[in-house]
Design a protein around this ligand. Structure first.
Ligand SMILES: Cc1cc2nc3c(=O)[nH]c(=O)nc-3n(C[C@H](O)[C@H](O)[C@H](O)COP(=O)(O)OP(=O)(O)OC[C@H]3O[C@@H](n4cnc5c(N)ncnc54)[C@H](O)[C@@H]3O)c2cc1C
Length: 422
């Protein structure tokens, strides 16, 4: 494209990144009456927000920064098939991120992060109730809870401690399902499992369908989407962004939101601030709904794999690999997903899979999202770093961003999510 062919777009709010976070921000801002333009270097909703497990899980209050995670990570250097995996890399920024992460893997920091997560999880769960009253948003929304199934008594005993911690400190209580009644509770499960914990307030949706539904509804409301359009440069003047230069032209706006997920660190130079987000790769495989397959979303914590049943398909998802932006999907990882679920299900899942997928989660070192104004830029907001909870936290993030931009008091205290903390 020559300079004279470059387009110019004028809008009130420009959003960079059309994952679930950018889309949610667009939704709440359009509702507040703003004209919004969303750009993405790829397709709408096609990155990490596409093939994930789709849990909306307020039960995930505890952050990844738990005691013991560091030793697991170190062991994984020698165990390439471990669900949690680290690979040595040449980037110094990766080691600085790991160091900050490791420092927080203790009980005190875990409880502090969990208390901040609790407030945004609650807000988001409530927002989901309002959101799905909008009949145009069809995304296989199911309020059928989340079942954590344990194979061994040791697993049950360990998970009981987590459940007690959640219930004593965060009012997040599960119902214990004894092994004798487990297979009547979820008939797809084997009868020799040790037990399960059921979190009734959790829910699920089909993530790609949710992004498409939001994008369709937003397009009808006049939101403009520009796909295959990469942010190249930010033009600043007097502590404000005046415009952004993209591969499709110049976008001028009053406010700019950067919802760039795992790629957020690449903005550091342009925005002049730290955005320590690391990509953590996960995989899923989606097969045709098996006969007598699970009806409820299920997690198997001992094998670190999750299952989500959709209307005509079933998804298995797992793994967390700190391997940089490596998009390879090794066959053995997909096989491992099937193998991990096998000890729990009556029927073996057919491996003639429909679709295998990988996505990069946007990970922060304190397990908290980054929401708020960029230091030293009056009209630039970050909405990123949602770790393993982007689908769960999307509506709260959209609502909070709209509240910040409209100058309202935010629904919850967001100081812990501030970009200033870096
Ligand atoms: C296996 C797996 C299972 C998961 N399961 C769950 C779950 O059950 N529940 C849950 O809550 N979360 C889950 N997650 C996490 C969730 O998927 C992410 O937290 C979420 O998708 C992040 O959304 P996002 O919008 O920030 O990022 P993305 O969806 O990755 O979107 C970011 C967008 O920004 C665009 N972008 C980046 N840089 C630029 C640029 N310079 N110019 C233009 N565009 C740019 C990208 O193209 C991309 O489309 C899971 C993740 C994985 C991998």
């Amino acid at each position: 494209m020559t300079h004279s062919e470059m387009k110019q777009y004028d809008t009130q709010v420009a959003i960079v990144g059309a994952g679930i976070i950018g889309l949610s921000c667009a939704y709440y801002l359009a509702q507040a009456g703003y004209s919004v333009t969303v750009i993405d270097q790829g397709k709408v909703g096609a990155a990490c927000s596409f093939g994930n497990c789709g849990y909306v899980c307020p039960s995930h209050v505890l952050p990844l920064t738990e005691p013991g995670v560091v030793s697991q990570g170190l062991k994984s250097l020698l165990q390439p098939r471990s669900a949690f995996r680290l690979k040595l890399q040449l980037r110094p920024s990766f080691y600085s991120w790991l160091w900050q992460f490791a420092r927080r893997c203790n009980h005190k920091q875990m409880m502090t992060s969990a208390s901040h997560l609790l407030s945004i999880l609650d807000l988001s769960r409530n927002e989901y109730n309002h959101l799905f009253q909008d009949q145009s948003l069809q995304a296989q929304w199911k309020e059928s809870g989340l079942l954590y199934v344990l194979q061994t008594q040791k697993g049950v005993d360990e998970f009981s401690e987590t459940d007690k911690l959640l219930s004593d400190n965060f009012a997040t209580k599960a119902e214990f399902i004894d092994s004798s009644v487990l297979s009547s509770f979820e008939p797809a499960l084997r009868s020799d499992l040790a037990g399960a914990f059921y979190y009734p307030n959790d829910a699920s949706l089909k993530p790609d369908q949710f992004s498409s539904a939001l994008a369709k509804s937003l397009t009808q409301r006049g939101v403009q989407f520009i796909e295959n359009c990469q942010l190249d440069k930010v033009h600043k003047s007097k502590g404000r962004i005046e415009s952004i230069e993209t591969s499709c032209g110049t976008v001028r706006a009053q406010q700019f939101i950067f919802a760039t997920g795992a790629w957020s660190r690449s903005l550091e130079q342009e925005l002049g601030c730290k955005v320590p987000v690391e990509p953590a790769k996960g995989y899923s495989v989606t097969i045709k709904s098996p006969i007598d397959g699970p009806q409820k979303p299920i997690l198997f914590p001992e094998h670190r794999v999750g299952i989500t049943p959709f209307e005509d398909s079933l998804r298995l998802g797992s793994m967390m690999e700190f391997v940089g932006f490596d998009s390879n999907i090794p066959k053995h990882r997909i096989k491992q997903l099937f193998e991990s679920a096998k000890p729990y299900l009556i029927n073996t899942l057919a491996e003639d899979y429909q679709h295998s997928w990988m996505g990069w989660r946007p990970m922060t070192w304190d397990s908290l999202p980054i929401i708020g104004y960029v230091p030293s830029l009056d009209n630039a907001l970050l909405a990123t770093g949602h770790n393993m909870l982007g689908i769960t936290l999307a509506p709260a993030t959209g609502k909070l961003v709209a509240e910040i931009i409209t100058g309202k008091k935010t629904s919850i205290d967001i100081s812990a999510f501030s970009p200033y903390r870096f």
